[in-house]
Design a binder for this molecule. Structure first.
Ligand SMILES: C[S@@+](CC[C@H](N)C(=O)[O-])C[C@H]1O[C@@H](n2cnc3c(N)ncnc32)[C@H](O)[C@@H]1O
Length: 312
């Protein structure tokens, strides 16, 4: 009987195959896929190069590597992605949550915490209402709620998480149940938000599609595995975002704030859209750790953060 292949041999061979297929991070992908099959983390693979891998695990690994060679994202093959400290289930029903969206979660957490601290809610008082528009896998809603739970604040918040995709909402519900957060979130299938919102939201969070239609086909092959409705935002990418801006006067509380993720080249366009559609409102754009403008903050009156109407 032939000797079982070792961890290092399998990773070496898969890395070469993935590099040839055009994968951007072939060694990392090869290690993550093997770690998944062996039920260890990536360190377990790196630290045990000489460990033998059984034939069953090897066959499973081959299948995963073949899917990756065909361009499928690692998160869909593994079935989960880490986001803001949560392992979220991921599959073709919804966009894979991206690290840059954690900036929006941090901003939302700061907003909600500040409001609950400034005006503590007594027992029986209505919950602070937050909307997550275009929730996808539930990433923003659930990461926010998990962080609030760690601060013992989740009981005072209700998140309304919407999506136009029933399939995405199904995945989001599964994630909410899996993380024990379903009691704090209401999932609604809607174009942006329900037609009537009463009472209004203290906070509206949205990571809506913002890729320009003409750019979609030129994107990395692995993006073609994600739902197009999660990516495509019309001629300049901002069609859906502009429609949400138009809803804000009706859905945002007088002192409410909207936090919108945007493309790194869309800061000026979003500021102009707010000026044109919401006279008297303020918009500031905040940069991520890489210095790229990724978060628009929109409110009726002065907002904290960088200079109004300026890209920071
Ligand atoms: C870029 S994905 C973001 C998903 C998730 N919020 C995240 O950050 O990972 C955009 C989401 O918006 C949803 N969407 C697109 N158009 C929408 C609309 N008009 N109303 C509600 N949701 C919409 C898509 O189905 C998709 O789930």
């Amino acid at each position: 009987m032939a000797d079982a292949a070792t961890v290092s041999a399998l990773v070496r061979e898969a890395t070469a195959r993935l590099a040839a297929s055009g994968a951007g991070s072939p060694r990392l992908d090869a290690e993550l896929l093997l770690a998944h099959v062996l039920h260890v983390d990536r360190t377990g693979v790196i630290a045990n190069p000489d460990a033998p891998v059984g034939t069953g695990a090897q066959a499973q690994y081959e299948a995963g590597v073949a899917r990756r060679e065909a361009g499928e994202p690692v998160a869909y093959i593994r079935g989960f992605r880490e986001f803001h400290g949560l392992a979220l289930a991921t599959d073709a029903r919804a966009l894979i949550p991206r690290p840059e969206t954690e900036l929006l979660v941090d901003a939302a957490l700061a907003e909600v915490s500040a409001r609950l601290t400034a005006a503590p809610r007594s027992a029986g008082a209505p919950a602070l209402r937050v909307a997550d528009v275009g929730t996808g896998s539930g990433a923003i809603a659930l990461a926010l709620l998990a962080a609030l739970r760690a601060r013992r604040m989740a009981d005072r918040v209700l998140v309304v998480a919407t999506d136009a995709s029933a399939a995405a909402l199904e995945l989001a519900r599964e994630n909410a149940v899996g993380h024990g957060l379903a009691d704090h979130v209401r999932f609604v299938e809607a174009d942006l938000l329900p037609p009537v919102v009463d009472p209004p939201y203290a906070l509206v969070c949205a990571n809506l599609p913002y890729v320009a239609t003409a750019q979609i086909d030129g994107l990395a092959r692995e993006l073609s595995f994600e739902p197009r409705v999660a990516l495509e935002g019309g001629p300049d990418g901002l069609d859906v975002v502009r429609r949400l801006l138009d809803r804000l006067p009706d859905v945002l509380a007088a002192d409410g704030v909207a936090l919108l993720e945007i493309g790194a080249d869309q800061g000026e366009a979003v500021i102009e859209a707010v000026a044109a559609r919401l006279p008297g409102w303020r918009c500031s754009v905040e940069a991520d750790l890489a210095g790229l403008p990724r978060l628009a903050r929109v409110a009726r009156s002065a907002v904290a953060g960088p200079a109004e109407g300026a890209v920071a």
